[in-house]
Design a binder for this molecule. Structure first.
Ligand SMILES: N[C@@H](CCC(=O)N[C@@H](CS)C(=O)NCC(=O)O)C(=O)O
Length: 214
């Protein structure tokens, strides 16, 4: 498979974690979404992903799949082991619940076009984003108390942790210190002890290195 993605994109990063966790080899195709380049808006890429966003997974037969949560579900169904969902149906739903707090409740507000629009309207985009991240992480931390073990839901990583790690990185970029949410900071540490989470880290991707990240 080929993963069209960008090193610092949190949605891309989720898919990289799942691919690494499930030991799926992939070709890394960098799409530079920085405001000065906007490679996601080029006609060629738009054919792959009409939403003009990363990530897009292109299967070996050429079919495409977008939306990181849909890609995670696809990988879970096609490569069930090791699993990124608990076996109990209620806990599976809780893992998805926590993932959606990030996917639906935070990330859309921190996306580049959203920030650009807030700026155009005369608002303080950074302050706007900071507010949504803090509100979302407050909710995430409180919700996770019911299920957390070593990870957000029990003692194995799930979709919830796959979404958490890139989101905490984004929080730092907006000058929010994750230590404000001790449970989330502790789970992030547990995740980062695992090789697949290390391999998927933004700073280790080829386009990050090329851009002289951080
Ligand atoms: N819900 C989508 C979000 C995709 C998304 O917002 N991607 C961002 C990067 S994290 C992007 O491509 N931003 C550039 C743009 O929207 O122009 C997913 O989970 O895949």
């Amino acid at each position: 498979v080929k993963l069209y993605n960008y090193w610092r994109s949190s949605a891309s990063w989720r898919v990289r974690i799942a691919l690494a966790y499930k030991n799926v080899a992939y070709e890394y195709v960098a799409v530079n979404i920085t405001p000065g380049v906007k490679a996601q808006n080029q006609a060629e890429y738009q054919k792959l992903n009409p939403m003009q966003q990363v990530p897009t997974l292109v299967l070996d037969d050429g079919r495409q799949l977008a939306q990181s949560m849909a890609i995670l579900e696809y990988l879970e169904e096609t490569v069930p082991r090791p699993s990124l969902l608990p076996s109990d149906p209620y806990l599976r739903a809780r893992a998805r619940q926590l993932a959606e707090v990030v996917n639906a409740g935070i990330q859309p507000f921190q996306n580049l076009p959203t920030m650009a629009k807030i700026g155009e309207l005369g608002g303080d985009a950074k302050e706007f984003v900071r507010g949504y991240i803090a509100r979302g992480l407050d909710g995430l931390a409180a919700s996770a108390e019911a299920t957390a073990g070593t990870f957000l839901v029990g003692d194995a990583p799930s979709f919830a942790d796959v979404c958490l790690v890139p989101q905490l990185n984004a929080a730092r970029r907006f000058e929010l210190d994750p230590s404000r949410w001790p449970l989330l900071a502790r789970v992030e540490e547990a995740c980062m002890r695992l090789q697949p989470f290390q391999a998927a880290h933004a700073d280790r991707q080829p386009d990050a290195v090329a851009q002289g990240a951080k």
